[in-house]
Write a protein that binds this ligand. Structure first.
Ligand SMILES: Cc1ncc(COP(=O)(O)O)c(C=O)c1O
Length: 463
């Protein structure tokens, strides 16, 4: 088993005792450009995104609200396409955040889309995404999802189980159109999370076919044996928040060993190698993901050198970034309500949202950065906990953060880097309406997803 620490150097959590709070920031009003959207700055003290003052956005659209810096989102799309080059394929992972407008943005910027349910597929189709640019994932794809994917002619289906290969054969043989390209998802025993990776010899997870057990070899054999399926290549996704390419290197090596076995046993070379997503972003000061140009270059070198060593023609390299495109350009804007000092133990600053719009803190112990957004303050930094309004003590948005000590009822607070896996994982817990998403660009704003209302919540209650 190998374990590689992230290369970013120690963060507070690494050098301070586990329960020690982070160090106070030098300037509690500052916007760290590695964390905040690219257009973020302060004008007259207030946070401005995409040229729009967040106080105006709050007045017009209410809070809580996700504010998406369109230029930031599109810029990251372009950077991925440039970094990976014309030969490669970049597929935006819609699970990070999915709505018709962003499906159009990614298409316009030259990316394909990776969807993992019929719902995401439908959004992409209704946004006008070319079906041949869509990859369908899913560990338990429903028959109707496979039917729909084949009927519209999605570009790739990533098979995940033997049951699915059987189902797909049944559906595919009913369709008379062009054969769908099939990628076989393999589990390499490499798991990446929180900037580290662990490589083991075995897998214990629901996704994909195990390389170690030989299931991946058998899956390829079955796909190749089918007249209804068109084998395109192999897929591997090793995890999330990956800051360098060491984990990808081990995974690619293991996947390409399978490619060699396929060539030796079947005389066929893979056309495509999809290395999935997982490219990390900065959430808090000190987070230091590698530049995507460097990541792309490393991945290509890893693939080329391993193919050379194995005598394989390099396959088309594809990737599926979600967080690295959608995450950094969006912030959540909340209004502060109760500020409670609990017997000198801790100050709880409550906002008008919480775990229903950001479950990542409760689910993954995720770390975030927040600032007072409606004004600047000269007050000293106050260590506090930003919490939501749900009936749950784990309803924490930012576990330990510094806000100006005069933070009070009515202030606006913004939490950075909430574009990925926040709105898309939002719930109606406690019958709280889910926030809308507003895009800002060149001084104007536009609603992408409207906020839910009490009527929306009642609409499904037919009793
Ligand atoms: C198969 C696959 N591809 C891509 C992604 C996107 O990952 P990220 O948003 O970390 O880039 C995921 C995330 O779970 C995934 O499972």
């Amino acid at each position: 088993m190998s374990r590689v620490a992230h290369p970013a150097g120690p963060r507070h959590a690494d050098v301070l005792p586990p329960d020690h709070p982070p160090m106070p920031p030098r300037d509690v009003n500052a916007l760290d450009p590695t964390i905040w959207p690219r257009t973020a700055h302060r004008t007259n003290g207030a946070l401005v995104l995409g040229g729009v003052d967040v106080r105006d956005l709050a007045a017009e659209h209410g809070t809580p609200m996700f504010i998406c810096d369109e230029a930031d989102f599109r810029g990251r799309c372009r950077e991925f396409v440039d970094a990976f080059g014309d030969e490669a394929g970049v597929f935006y992972a819609a699970k990070a955040f999915c709505c018709r407008a962003v499906m159009r943005w990614v298409s316009e910027e030259g990316l394909g889309v990776d969807v993992c349910t019929g719902g995401e597929l439908e959004v992409a189709l209704r946004a006008g995404v070319d079906p041949s640019m869509i990859t369908l994932h899913g560990s338990n794809k429903l028959m109707q999802e496979l039917d729909r994917a084949l009927a519209v002619g999605v570009g790739h289906i990533v098979v995940d189980s033997f049951d699915e290969i059987d189902r797909l054969e049944r559906v595919a043989s009913r369709e008379s159109g062009q054969l769908t390209r099939i990628l076989v998802r393999v589990t390499t025993g490499v798991e990446a999370a929180a900037h580290e990776f662990v490589a083991t010899a075995h897998d214990d997870q629901k996704f994909g076919f195990s390389l170690a057990s030989g299931a991946a070899d058998e899956a390829v054999r079955r796909v190749l044996a089918s007249d209804a399926l068109d084998f395109a290549g192999l897929h591997s996704h090793i995890g999330s928040q990956i800051y360098d390419t060491a984990g990808f290197e081990v995974a690619a090596h293991r996947v390409l060993e399978l490619a060699v076995r396929i060539r030796e046993s079947r005389g066929i070379e893979i056309d495509e190698l999809n290395l999935g997503g997982g490219f990390g972003i900065a959430y808090v000061p000190g987070d230091d993901p590698a530049d995507i140009k460097v990541v792309a270059q490393n991945l290509r070198e890893i693939m080329d050198s391993q193919c050379r060593a194995a005598g394989l023609a390099p396959p088309r390299l594809t990737v599926e970034p979600g967080r690295a495109i959608a995450g950094p350009g969006t912030v959540t804007l909340y209004q502060v309500g109760t500020v409670k000092d609990v017997d000198g133990l801790r100050t709880y600053v409550s906002v008008d949202g919480g775990m229903s719009d950001n479950i990542r803190t409760a689910l993954y112990d995720a770390d975030y950065t927040c600032v007072l957004a409606s004004r600047e303050s000269d007050a000293p930094p106050l260590l506090c906990r930003l919490v939501g309004r749900h009936c749950e003590s784990g309803d924490i948005v930012v576990r330990d953060t510094y806000l100006p000590a005069d933070v009070t009822d009515g202030d606006l607070v913004a939490v950075a880097a909430t574009g990925a896996y926040c709105r898309s994982m939002a719930s109606n817990y406690n019958h709280v309406p889910r926030p809308g998403v507003v895009a800002v660009r060149d001084g104007s704003s536009r609603i992408l997803v409207r906020s839910e209302t009490a009527d929306d919540l009642m609409r499904l209650d037919v009793g």
